[in-house]
Design a protein around this ligand. Structure first.
Ligand code: ATP
Ligand code: MG
Length: 391
């Protein structure tokens, strides 16, 4: 039976005159994600995107899964496409949902008739469909309040569609609709979540990772690449920058007071990241910091870090508890990779007693005791880039 996936958008529908440019960005994301699965016809009508597989062999489960990760789509609905003839709708609709109805105890029917020319009204469609379901699945009972399955019949312009309700889409705004941002990606739990959250608001996300071989291993870097790959299922292709940071960390260790290590290191990271952003036309930074989580994430420390920043720094986890961040990490499937026990450059030279209330003037003075500029330039020049994508 011919199947189609209806993707319903939420916020975009409210975008007024800009709606169509948001829609085209979403269509572009959808096409990109599905490219490797076969040919599709994709069209839009009534704040819905219709994704129609053109080939019998296309794996529709995989299509649904990929679409559920496209930002901008709020609800997904996998349905069968039928002729707008009531006897066909009853017959084929029941056949299409047989597996779900077999396994259920209760059901109800909803009808949506956006084609007002269709002869029957919604209550009549519900009554007929309800009767047909009860005839074919006599074990079922009607429950209008909390049914196991909701059978939905939609009568639209071209066709009728039957499905068993909607599933949640990824929400947010289509990638590319909100500018470009650079995610400081470590191997931890928080930064992949932060990147996902800002991408969900429409930003095209690139990632930058600082590594310090031989203190950090190849496996640690591969773990971070894997995290970038997992979030790219949502964010789309990611430009992944990898900065050699060993020299700078050693100089820091040898030249600056230990209590300010981490904070100066973070300022240097921001500086390097910004230079690459300026070169690449990226407008903002993203970090996984959460207020008060560790010494370098107190408000005092953030003031010292932001003092070197010439662009906005987005910290979407700033107001979240760790458990809330973990919940998102599990949902987007980064958690199991994030907790693999590889070292991060931040953990290699951690001071024993970091200052939780550093003063900006003191930090600046400590940093000025050594001229990092040539090494910053060198690190930027030696930064490698690769393109990471899931599909
Ligand atoms: P995460 O779980 O993201 O590692 P964290 O709680 O471990 O965060 P820190 O290690 O203090 O926190 O790092 C704070 C933020 O700094 C990270 O969320 C990330 O955005 C950035 N960061 C830390 N280490 C690196 C690194 N090696 N490369 C790039 N960014 C980093
Ligand atoms: Mg970390």
């Amino acid at each position: 039976m011919k199947e189609i996936i209806l993707c319903k958008y939420g916020e975009i529908a409210l975008k007024g005159l800009n709606k169509s440019s948001f829609e085209s960005m979403m269509v572009k994301s959808v096409k990109y994600r599905l490219k490797s699965l076969g040919d599709f016809e994709i069209y839009r009508s009534q704040s819905t995107l219709y994704v129609e597989p053109l080939d019998e062999d296309i794996d529709v489960d995989e299509v649904s899964d990929r679409l559920s990760k496209v930002f901008g789509i709020v609800k997904l609905c996998r349905c069968c496409v039928l002729e707008k003839d009531m006897s066909v709708i009853l017959d084929k609709g029941c056949e299409y949902l047989a597996e779900q109805l077999d396994g259920a105890r209760t059901f109800k029917v909803e009808a949506k008739r956006s084609d007002k020319r269709f002869a029957m009204k919604s209550p009549e469609i519900c009554a007929e469909m309800g009767g047909a379901v009860l005839d074919r699945f006599p074990h079922l009972k009607v429950d209008v309040h909390d049914p196991d399955v909701t059978v939905v019949v939609e009568i639209r312009e071209q066709n009728a569609y039957v499905h068993a309700g909607q599933t949640d889409g990824a929400g947010g705004l289509p990638v590319g609709s909100s500018g470009k941002a650079m995610l400081l990606l470590s191997g931890g739990i928080d930064s992949p979540v932060a990147g996902y959250m800002i991408a969900r608001r429409g930003a095209r996300v690139s990632a930058i990772h600082f590594e310090a071989p031989p203190y950090t291993s190849d496996r640690a870097r591969m773990k971070v690449e894997k995290l970038a790959k997992i979030i790219s299922a949502y964010c789309g292709e990611i430009d992944f920058y990898c900065v050699p940071f060993t020299k700078i960390q050693e100089l820091l260790r040898d030249n600056c007071p230990e209590e300010f290590f981490t904070i100066i290191m973070r300022r240097l990271m921001m500086e390097i990241a910004q230079r690459i952003c300026e070169r690449e036309g990226i407008q903002a930074l993203i970090t996984g910091e959460s207020l008060g989580q560790v010494a370098s994430q107190t408000m005092y420390a953030m003031v010292c870090t932001d003092a070197v920043c010439r662009m906005p720094v987005f910290r979407p986890c700033v107001g979240l508890d760790k458990s809330e961040i973990v919940e998102i990490a599990r949902k987007i499937d980064t958690f199991d990779t994030s907790i693999l026990p590889y070292e991060d450059c931040c953990t290699v030279f951690t001071p024993k007693h970091p200052r939780t209330r550093p003063k900006l003037a003191e930090v600046e003075r400590a940093q000025q005791s050594f001229d990092f500029e040539p090494y910053i330039r060198q690190a930027v020049e030696q930064t490698s880039v690769q393109y990471i994508k899931t599909y």
